[in-house]
Design a protein around this ligand. Structure first.
Ligand code: GLU
Length: 438
């Protein structure tokens, strides 16, 4: 049973899908889910010159990627369609007639004007409280070429689609007194308005634009972000679950979210925080899910991860999952597991050389290795400790030297886990190669 709450996301397909628009869609969706209401997608495509099907697809894909399913709108239908403004001309003509009949529309210089009732206006906003706006002047509702303008179609559709709450960006607050006038002129009461704060770019005072890093939703999908992490982060741009909590499942957010506890102040976009949250989500993925995502990235970048069998690929990815901060890193992070033909990072080698004699440590490691019967983490760790006592040194010297010899680099999964995944023979082969080449 629907609660009667009807909210809409009303994008104009004139540009790519911006993070700020996604956040507006998200807050509408959250409110609909919180109240058991209906979330409507309406396409405001009246600006024919700038509208494009490509942008439309990007919006649909972005909403779906974020899991923001709509209950009425394009591709799903509904009883108040069509949901494209470009297909609602008949509706707009009917509504214009209402204004003509009650004396609120008049023609001037080929255009149709709306006659305002006059006087300053107080807008009641669920987030900003009462906002006093200056008196409006009569304004155009149909251009001389016969096309209706944004204010008119926006309000007509909110009436015709029985919208109860208008949740949109604060940049529209300045249009709202025109909209309230129109609602009243049609004999309708206005919906509840909630203007959500702007998103500022990570540095400086400006509003985030589509040119800023991290501004476009489609790029997150391309960079293999976890969509739940992006959605979780977007929830925090203007809203907070209190008690310093930040990472929480969407069902809990739906329960806690309410329009009246959205912040008045502008929110600042923080790319680092978004990435950090994404890393947390990667770590928390069930392994099978992680495996599927990671192997997709490997496939896309042409790493042959299956040559040694799937069990081996799983072992490799299992020990890397908690060390990754992004799925984009996967190929670089694991490549050397799947080929013996990798380069050594000469800078890392030089750095380590200043601290210890790599060749000597590797030689010592190999010397008594046959005494380690079981090539697994615990015995290997004990073995390294024995070597440290024998040669008066620290585990770090063996660990760093071995890591460089096995992988060519100084970052990666835990060394003991790595030794086990390679197995004794491969470890010895790689050390030999290192000693002969470096
Ligand atoms: N098409 C408008 C926009 O993209 C929608 C405004 C509204 O939500 O009322 O900004």
């Amino acid at each position: 049973m629907s609660s009667g709450v009807r909210v809409r996301f009303a994008p104009s397909p004139t540009g790519f899908f911006h993070i700020g628009s996604a956040r507006t869609a998200l807050f509408n969706w959250l409110y609909a889910r919180h109240t058991g209401g209906t979330f409507i997608l309406r396409i405001e495509d009246t600006d024919h010159e700038r509208d494009s099907d490509e942008f439309l697809q990007v919006i649909f894909d972005g909403l779906r990627w974020l899991g923001l399913n709509w209950d009425e709108g394009p591709e799903v239908g509904g009883s108040r369609g069509p949901y494209f403004q470009s297909k609602r001309d008949g509706v707009y003509r009917e509504y214009l007639e209402i204004l003509r009949k009650n004396g609120r529309a008049y023609d001037k210089e080929g255009a149709v004007f709306f006659k305002i009732s006059g006087g300053p206006q107080v807008i009641h906003d669920a987030i900003h409280g009462d906002v006093v706006r200056e008196e409006e002047k009569d304004f155009v509702i149909f251009r001389s070429n016969g096309t209706p303008v944004f204010h008119f179609v926006n309000v007509v559709d909110d009436i015709a689609m029985d919208i109860t709450h208008v949740i949109r960006g604060e940049d529209h607050l300045s249009n709202t007194s025109k909209h309230v006038e129109l609602f009243h002129a049609f004999g309708s009461s206005e919906p509840i308005f909630a203007h959500i704060p702007l998103i500022l770019k990570s540095q400086g005072s400006g509003k985030m634009s589509k040119r800023d890093n991290g501004a476009l939703v489609e790029n997150y999908a391309k960079q293999y972000f976890i969509s739940d992490a992006v959605r979780n982060y977007l929830c925090l741009l203007g809203w907070s679950p209190k008690y310093d909590r930040e990472i929480l499942p969407i069902d809990e957010i739906i329960t806690l979210f309410d329009i009246c506890n959205v912040n008045k102040n502008n929110a600042r976009f923080d790319e680092k925080k978004m990435s950090h949250m994404n890393a947390e989500y990667i770590r928390a993925l069930p392994f099978n899910d992680f495996y599927e995502r990671a192997t997709k990235v490997l496939n896309d970048s042409g790493v042959n991860f299956i040559a040694n069998g799937e069990a081996y690929a799983m072992n490799v990815l299992r020990i890397c999952q908690e060390k990754l901060s992004s799925l984009l890193e996967v190929p670089e992070f694991v490549k050397y597991f799947f080929t013996a033909d990798f380069d050594y990072d000469r800078k890392d080698i030089e750095k380590l050389r200043k601290k210890c004699d790599i060749g000597t440590r590797l030689g010592e490691f190999m010397e008594d290795l046959p005494s380690v019967n079981e090539f697994s983490e615990k015995p290997l760790e004990e073995y390294i400790h024995l070597l440290c006592e024998k040669y008066w040194t620290t585990p770090g010297e063996y660990i760093h030297s071995l890591r460089l010899a096995l992988s060519g680099r100084s970052v990666g999964p835990g060394l003991y886990a790595m030794l086990c995944v390679f197995g004794r023979e491969e470890v010895l082969r790689r050390i030999d190669r290192f000693l002969s080449e470096v």
